[in-house]
Design a binder for this molecule. Structure first.
Ligand code: CTP
Length: 140
């Protein structure tokens, strides 16, 4: 049984999120997702997510590739979360390339390419401008 763990905010759930969760699940048998708390997001970006934590959790845990969800309260607890969840593989988007190599003593660390042309921030900006998303963002 190979357990894959990944982390993220998953605000305004979009196809980039779906793609990475599907590809993360493909690497193992069980996918566990740490969804970052509203407070953690505020500390990271000085912004609260549009969707509150309970909405983001409800959406992520309903994705068929996801087996379990937990709340990520602090970036400093990543090692503890990986140990507690018995991670064999840590998956992160390649926007984090190299930043989690310190955990390669306890699990394999894999950076997957981000989906081009979409992000939660991009969606927010485009809705404000009443625009559309770039057609380059695809289910892949
Ligand atoms: N992700 C991805 N492709 C995208 C956007 C996100 O693969 N186009 C991945 C991230 O690398 C991360 C996970 O989805 O592993 C959750 O990312 P998150 O930060 O919640 O989403 P973003 O859309 O990047 O949010 P923001 O714009 O607020 O940074």
């Amino acid at each position: 049984m190979t357990t894959v763990v990944t982390f993220g905010t998953y605000d305004l759930f979009h196809v980039g999120h779906l793609n990475i969760l599907r590809r993360a699940k493909d690497l193992g048998d069980r996918l566990v997702v740490g969804v970052s708390s509203d407070e953690l997001n505020f500390r990271k970006k000085q912004l609260r997510p549009t969707y509150p934590l309970d909405h983001r959790i409800a959406i992520v845990e309903s994705i068929r590739y996801v087996d379990e969800v937990f709340v990520e309260d602090a970036l400093e607890l990543k090692r503890q979360y990986l140990i507690e969840r018995r991670a064999d593989i840590l998956v992160m988007g390649d926007d984090w390339e190299g930043r989690f190599d310190e955990f390669s003593d306890i699990c394999r660390v894999v950076y997957l390419p981000r989906t081009v042309g979409i992000s939660s921030t991009d969606v927010k900006v485009r809705i404000r401008g009443n625009g559309h998303l770039s057609p380059s963002a695809q289910v892949a």
